[in-house]
Design a protein. Structure first.
Length: 621
């Protein structure tokens, strides 16, 4: 049985049972069962499945781990968390998130006006809201409205100009009011410390956001001058998403902790919290030698609590409340993309497809003899002979000495010899064998768009766990590359001999074969683009009742063709009339055929852009 690295990335969320991968929760249904259930309702193409219990598990683990660390060290500050909406703003996710997180007083972080409206409408009164990113007067005014609604909202200033705007808006909202109501104020600090990896530029002096030490002192004086120092409650930093190494965080914590203590000593008595931002990494790797992080959540929490406590003690200030904005950690695991394989492109390289003649060219006959007599003892020698013969035969074809059947036989036999040799020499992990796996890789055409559903792979080469959802009782043997259905050569997850993916040799004309892409709940949806006008896939929320049975809820079908065009500001009425007019005015078809074509056209216009697959029924069924 092939585990596909499940023990590395799975976090005990899934189990392999018999020949399928199953949800390790309640009655443990298989992903295949759930997917078939939805497809039987008429929904084809890719499916995005959401599991709210996995959101709750992540939030619970986050809070439990920090509370345990607080208890271990006797820490007096509180732990609080918010979810950064930029990670996933889709309603089915946000509704589930707020539903399962109520008992944790969990809040939301907004970085734009639209996100702030979501936060104001969805966050329970009393739960924290933080507002980051660049802000204009209108956005800051919305924060004041939120505060007057009773929200526990903190506006994080990114520059002196934003603080000046807060002062101006406060005058407009609270002039002549005896007990003014303001949002809390936070300051984002530009640390000397920087992160690591792709998002390292989020920290350091060249980072996009935050106040320098000079600007921080200026902000302090402005707050004091305008009698707003009592509202300064938080300092904030962020050193990057998906932190693979814990050491940069430790350095940043020391720096931020001392800034916090210095401001407290200066008279910022209301300052009570440090927001350490996001960055808690998710383990995406399917291979033990290529992990995505070098720390556990326990280590992360212990380091934060211990370092903040040590600085507070040494500087004689109160231990700060700790805020986190770890969105990837909370959201990634809850979503799974499941989609059928449409075609295997190299299945013509089978022995049954040979077109051998009564009299074959000598080199082709030698290739056949090599294939027939290949053993482990002679595999390496015969493999080298086959590769040499292929070069000679392709030259003979270019010179016109052999025909197309001979060339086809050459390609099939060499492919079979390579495949058999690799199987025989599988225990010899040599660079030559790794290179040859690229020669025999199977190309799986999969019914999805990488640009829509896995934009981080396309843009950043972020890998996601991939595995079939059944046939797991059979060892896969095909080195696999995955092609999406866009007409773009970048829509490919290529085979990497150092991080190999092997899939099954399936005849998709006889049975369906589904691949699942895991940990896709963070960023992939909101960053997904409509390249080739492929839209967000059909999605569903999977919940469980008291008896452990699953239910499919909140099904949202992928947009149909006309809705996609409408989103791009096409006048779909004009498009509709033009199509109808061209059919009705055609001189080449009868009136009856015109009615038939119009009926088919409107049926197709009601479908989405993804391809339809029909499972072939064998003659024996």
């Amino acid at each position: 049985m092939k585990q596909f690295g499940l023990n590395i990335w799975g976090n005990d969320n899934f189990i392999i049972k018999n020949n399928t991968i199953n949800i390790n929760y309640a009655n443990k249904p298989s992903l295949l069962e759930i997917a078939q259930d939805i497809r039987d309702k008429g929904y084809k193409g890719p499916l995005l499945l959401r599991f709210p219990h996995l959101i709750e598990k992540q939030i619970s683990t986050l809070f439990t781990t920090f509370e345990k660390a607080k208890k271990t060290f006797g820490y007096q500050g509180k732990f609080q968390a918010v979810f950064p909406l930029k990670v996933n703003q889709f309603p089915n996710f946000v509704h589930a998130l707020m539903d399962v997180s109520q008992k944790y007083n969990y809040g939301l972080e907004a970085g734009s006006k639209a996100e702030l409206i979501i936060a104001m409408s969805k966050t329970p009164i009393g739960a924290p809201i933080t507002v980051n990113g660049f802000k204009d007067k209108e956005m800051i005014a919305l924060c004041f409205i939120a505060a007057k609604m009773g929200h526990n909202i903190t506006v994080t200033i990114e520059g002196i100009g934003e603080l000046q705007t807060i002062i101006q808006v406060n005058t407009e909202f609270n002039e002549d009011i005896e007990n003014p109501i303001l949002p809390k104020i936070g300051v984002r600090i530009r640390l000397h410390s920087s992160g690591i990896g792709i998002w390292a530029k989020s920290g350091g002096y060249s980072s996009k956001f935050g106040l320098t030490s000079t600007e921080l002192l200026e902000a302090y004086e402005l707050l004091k001058k305008h009698e707003l120092l009592a509202y300064l409650s938080m300092i904030h930093f962020h050193i990057g998403s998906q932190m693979s190494d814990i050491s940069p965080l430790k350095k940043a914590l020391r720096e931020a902790g001392n800034i916090y203590a210095d401001l407290k000593k200066r008279g910022a008595d209301a300052l009570c919290a440090i927001n350490i931002g996001g960055g808690l990494a998710v383990e995406y790797s399917q291979h033990a030698h290529n992990r995505d992080r070098n720390y556990s959540l326990d280590e992360f929490a212990n380091d934060v609590i211990y370092l903040m406590q040590e600085i507070a003690k040494s500087r004689g200030v109160d231990e700060p409340d700790i805020f986190t904005e770890s969105g990837r950690y909370v959201a990634a695991s809850h979503a799974i993309l499941i989609t059928p394989v449409l075609e295997l492109f190299s299945q013509e390289y089978h022995e049954k497809n040979l077109r051998l003649k009564e009299n074959n060219p000598p080199l082709i006959q030698e290739l056949y003899d090599l294939f027939s007599s290949l053993t482990r003892d002679n595999a390496r020698e015969y493999l080298h002979d086959a590769l040499d013969h292929m070069e000679s035969l392709l030259t003979l074809f270019d010179l016109g000495y052999i025909d197309l059947e001979d060339r086809s036989n050459t390609e099939i036999l060499v492919n079979l010899i390579i495949k058999k040799s690799i199987a025989l020499l599988k225990n010899e992990d040599t660079n030559e064998l790794k290179r040859l796996q690229n020669r025999i890789q199977e190309k799986y055409l999969v019914n999805f768009s990488a640009f829509q559903s896995l934009p981080d792979f396309w843009g950043l080469k972020q890998h996601f766990p991939i595995m079939p959802i059944d046939h797991l009782d059979v060892r896969p043997t095909n080195p696999a590359s995955i092609w999406d259905i866009t007409c773009d050569s970048d829509g490919e997850i290529d085979f990497n001999p150092d991080l190999p993916l092997y899939l099954h040799d399936i005849d998709v004309s006889q049975e369906e074969y589904f691949l699942a892409f895991f940990l896709t709940g963070a960023y992939q949806e909101v960053l997904g683009m409509k390249h080739n006008l492929f839209t967000h896939p059909t999605e569903a929320v999977i919940t469980f009742d008291e008896k452990g049975h699953y239910a499919v809820n909140n099904l949202i079908d992928a947009q149909n063709l006309m809705d996609v065009l409408d989103d791009l500001d096409y006048d779909t009425n004009i498009v509709d009339k033009a199509l109808k007019y061209k059919i009705e005015e055609s001189e080449h078809i009868s009136k009856e055929e015109k009615r038939e074509l119009l009926g088919k056209l409107y049926l197709y216009l009601s479908e989405n852009s993804y391809l339809k697959t029909i499972q072939a029924i064998s003659e024996n069924d």
